[in-house]
Write a protein that binds this ligand. Structure first.
Ligand SMILES: Nc1ncnc2c1ncn2[C@@H]1O[C@H](COP(=O)(O)OP(=O)(O)OP(=O)(O)O)[C@@H](O)[C@H]1O
Ligand SMILES: [Mg+2]
Length: 394
């Protein structure tokens, strides 16, 4: 079961929201509807699912409906129609009481400018959510110290908010959201107000925290680089609609329409596209026991001058050059071991292309993609690195 499931959510702002549905059905645009009826289409039939532990990014231009959508998830905004299931339960049917409980325990929100209480110390700011839940003094103090340490603010517990920089205040906001140990974090442009270096630090911090916490995170941003860096998947919104959902690589390599294409055109693809995307199957591989004669024949058949040698379970042993195999064959030897070249470049499947470039430039062999057990997954020839950069993934 997905952690969050959103089915055909609509949000129309105006005095008679439901009267707008027939217009939408006829395909009238957001602009036309505003002009003719004075109603604003906030969300237009959005559907998506988020898995537990996933970071799901919502991206789009200003006014595309990102904040409206995230607020429908905890009903800070009441959708006009649709369903929102959290852990399989439709929260649009939840009572006021249940909703409060859910906001306190299950979901926490981090905003762009986290409104800290100016007259409270950092630690009592962080405790706030636990205080509302009636958690005992001692326990909530311990929890607040723990999460402040997690976000790198150990030692600032007794400071006041105005003694902290913007980036540090945003960390307090994050700590406050984490203090109640929610399953779901809703982050609306949480890092957008920070200057670039601090922003990068916070992104790295969130990735690090997430590697340990495995929360389900919905993260809104209008910054594509941020979306690509943080998102397991990205939803792109336009005029209240979700126009594409995909992994960062899918969004980059296969944009659904001109709007998405425009978003991604300036991205440095070399940072996103990985070894796994541009690798291909080697033309030929062989086992060491097949010997030099088989090696020569396989290379001749494939029209190549070297062949990969793999052991059990595709474990990479190395590479044999045709001249060495020919020599062994002439000498009447059966064992290839002595001519296997073991010092060949390898890389992990998730290595970004940018890190492959220097290797590709200095080696005369393809780069072999191996998993953590040194199992051969594929090879990358230099031309793939180059065509990957100019945007033709294959
Ligand atoms: N309370 C409201 N009343 C009327 N219209 C609203 C209201 N809130 C949002 N809207 C409209 O709904 C649409 C979506 O707004 P929303 O704030 O969700 O956009 P956004 O993608 O978060 O934009 P930004 O990047 O600027 O934060 C916009 O056209 C906006 O004008
Ligand atoms: Mg917004």
């Amino acid at each position: 079961m997905p952690k969050i499931e959103v089915k055909n959510i609509y949000k129309i702002f105006g005095s008679r929201p439901k009267s707008i549905f027939p217009h939408l059905e006829k395909g009238m645009s957001k602009d036309e509807i505003l002009e003719k009826t004075g109603h604003t289409v906030g969300i237009n039939s959005a559907s998506f699912q988020v898995e537990e532990g996933e970071t799901f990014v919502i991206m789009g231009l200003s006014g595309s409906g990102k904040s409206t959508l995230i607020r429908c998830l905890n009903r800070l905004i009441e959708p006009t129609a649709g369903e929102v299931l959290i852990d399989g339960e439709n929260i649009l049917e939840a009572s006021h009481q249940e909703l409060l409980r859910m906001r306190q325990k299950k979901m926490a929100m981090v905003f762009q400018r986290f409104a800290l209480f100016p007259h409270r110390t950092i630690v009592t700011n962080v405790e706030y959510g636990l205080e509302i839940q009636g958690v005992e003094d001692q326990i909530r103090r311990e929890k607040a110290y723990e999460v402040l340490e997690m976000v790198g603010l150990k030692g600032y517990e007794e400071s006041m908010p105005d003694q902290l920089s913007g980036g540090m205040q945003q960390r307090v906001g994050l700590a406050r959201a984490l203090a109640t140990d929610p399953d779901v974090l809703l982050m609306d442009e949480a890092f957008s107000a920070l200057d670039p270096l601090i922003k990068k630090e916070m992104q790295d911090e969130l990735l690090e925290l997430q590697a340990k916490m495995h929360k389900t995170i919905i993260f809104i941003t209008h910054d594509l680089d941020e979306a690509l860096k943080l998102g397991d998947r990205i939803a792109v919104m336009k005029d209240g609609k979700i126009v594409q959902i995909g992994t960062p690589e899918e969004i980059l390599t296969d944009p659904a329409n001109a709007y998405v294409k425009e978003f991604v055109q300036d991205v440095d693809r070399t940072k996103i596209i990985t070894a796994a995307t541009i690798m291909r199957k080697p033309d030929a591989v062989m086992a060491p026991k097949e010997g030099p004669r088989v090696a020569v024949r396989k290379m001749e058949e494939a029209g190549i001058s070297s062949i990969y040698v793999t052991g059990k379970d595709k474990y990479l042993k190395g590479l044999v050059r045709i001249e060495d195999a020919v020599r062994l064959a002439k000498e009447g030897k059966d064992n290839l071991e002595e001519v296997i070249i073991k010092d060949i470049p390898t890389t992990a499947p998730d290595t970004p292309m940018v890190d492959l470039l220097p290797v590709a430039a200095t080696t005369s062999y393809p780069i072999v993609v191996v998993d953590e057990d040194n199992k051969m997954l594929g090879i990358i020839v230099r031309v793939s690195v180059i065509s990957g950069i100019i945007g033709r993934g294959d």
